[in-house]
Every structure is written in structure tokens, then in C-alpha cells.
Design a protein around this ligand. Structure first.
Ligand code: PRP
Ligand code: URA
Length: 209
């Protein structure tokens, strides 16, 4: 069973409050989303396997540890997931980046796929899917399914704010996936928006409304 990790580090909680504030403009919103993603990446990568290597310091030979095992892929769900990519890459610079384009039909709230480009060696990588909002969970479940269809075995989902409904949906469809969030909010409203949430993450990131 995958785990749900709510990362409640004070720096993250502080920055989450700032992005919730409707007075926060596009430039600050974008910077904050990137910073929060970077801080979350520290926790998300906590279980990366290490292997021992021998190096030579200026003083002596030393046995030390470096990251081993499968290489990592990062997949933002377009558009809003793009805002988190550089934050993750600043800690995992060797990761390759795939893109999955999904938008939520405003009537049905179901995800509609419009783009999917993954690294050619996707099946050999562990993946981190990023998207600021986990609302009904339809987009996240769709992205996880696309990765699994490409043979990916180990997937982590990283979102900033989740609704309980979204967490439950991912749990139900993909109970092997670990979910990392900075906050689980109260509920969804009738339009599928997270309450209190932060509004439309894509529009706030890119200034489209
Ligand atoms: C938002 C958000 C998620 C999705 C979450 O994207 O970035 O991808 O909604 O909702 P769900 O959990 O109910 O699927 P949106 O569809 O607004 O597209 P955008 O990022 O292009 O604005
Ligand atoms: N997508 C968003 O951007 N915000 C929400 O609250 C729900 C879905």
C-alpha cells in the first residue's frame, strides 16, 4: 500500500500560505511554487538507494556513498505541473523530463489527454509526477495510468494541495503509488475546486486570468 505523506515543514507551510493568498501575483506565485517543489523534493527523494564508492580526498582514501539504482524521470501534468519541474531538477539535475498534457473538462470534470512525450527509456526509470493540485484525482490517475502503460513500476505523486476526494481516488485506482502533499484541504466545491485551495493553479502560474 502506498503512503500518504503530508510534508509539514514550517518553510513549506509558510510558503503554502503565501500562494493561497489571492493578493499574491504571478511572479511571486511562480517563484514560490518552484521553491516549495524544491523543498518537497528533499523529502520525496529520502529513500533513494545509495551505494558505497571509494574516493580520494586531499587527505586520505575514503569509502563514501553516492546515489545508485534506477535513474529518475520527472513528469509534470500540463500546464500547472510545469511550475514545479525546476524546483525538483535543482535537487535531481540528472533526471529526464517527460510531459503529460491533460485538461479537466469543465462540465464532466474528467481529464482529457492531449499530449504525452516520455523519455525513451521510461520503463527503466522511477518517476515523480508533479502537479500543484489534486482535486477529483482524475488527472493524477490518468497520468499514472499512462506511465504504467509504458512499463513504469515505481511512481510517486507530488502535489502541493490535495482534496480528500483526490487522495481517495488515487488510493482506490493506484494503491501502489506514494502521495506527497503539503496540505490536505477540506473538500471540493460544486465546480471541482479545492476549498479553500488556491484557485486555478495554471491561471495563477501563467497569468491567464
Ligand atoms: C488542474 C490541475 C490538475 C487538475 C486537478 O489542471 O493543475 O492537473 O486541474 O484536477 P483533478 O484532480 O480534478 O483532475 P487543469 O485541468 O485546470 O489544466 P491546466 O493546468 O492546463 O490549467
Ligand atoms: N485545479 C485547480 O487548478 N485548482 C483546483 O482547486 C482544482 C483543480
Amino acid at each position: 500500500m502506498g503512503k500518504l505523506v503530508v510534508i509539514d515543514h514550517p518553510l513549506i507551510q509558510h510558503k503554502i500560505s503565501l500562494i493561497r493568498d489571492k493578493q499574491t501575483g504571478t511572479k511571486d506565485f511562480r517563484n514560490l511554487v518552484e521553491e516549495i517543489a524544491m523543498l518537497m523534493a528533499y523529502e520525496v527523494t529520502r529513500d533513494l538507494p545509495l551505494k558505497e564508492v571509494e574516493i580520494e580526498t586531499p587527505v586520505a582514501k575514503a569509502k563514501t556513498k553516492v546515489i545508485s539504482g534506477k535513474t529518475i524521470g520527472v513528469v509534470p501534468i500540463l500546464r500547472a505541473g510545469l511550475g514545479m519541474v525546476n524546483g525538483i531538477l535543482s535537487l535531481v539535475p540528472a533526471a529526464k523530463v517527460g510531459h503529460i498534457g491533460l485538461y479537466r473538462d469543465p462540465e464532466t470534470l474528467l481529464p482529457v489527454e492531449y499530449y504525452c512525450k516520455l523519455p525513451t527509456d521510461a520503463s527503466e526509470r522511477d518517476f515523480i509526477i508533479v502537479d500543484p493540485m489534486l482535486a477529483t484525482g482524475g488527472s493524477a490517475c490518468g497520468a499514472i495510468t499512462l506511465l504504467k502503460q509504458r512499463g513504469v513500476k515505481n511512481i510517486k505523486l507530488v502535489c502541493l494541495i490535495a482534496a480528500p476526494e483526490g487522495v481517495a481516488a488515487v488510493r482506490k485506482e493506484h494503491d501502489d503509488v506514494d502521495i506527497f502533499v503539503a496540505a490536505v484541504d477540506e473538500r471540493l466545491n460544486d465546480h471541482g475546486y479545492i476549498v479553500p485551495g488556491l484557485g486555478d493553479a495554471g491561471d495563477r502560474l501563467f497569468g491567464t486570468k
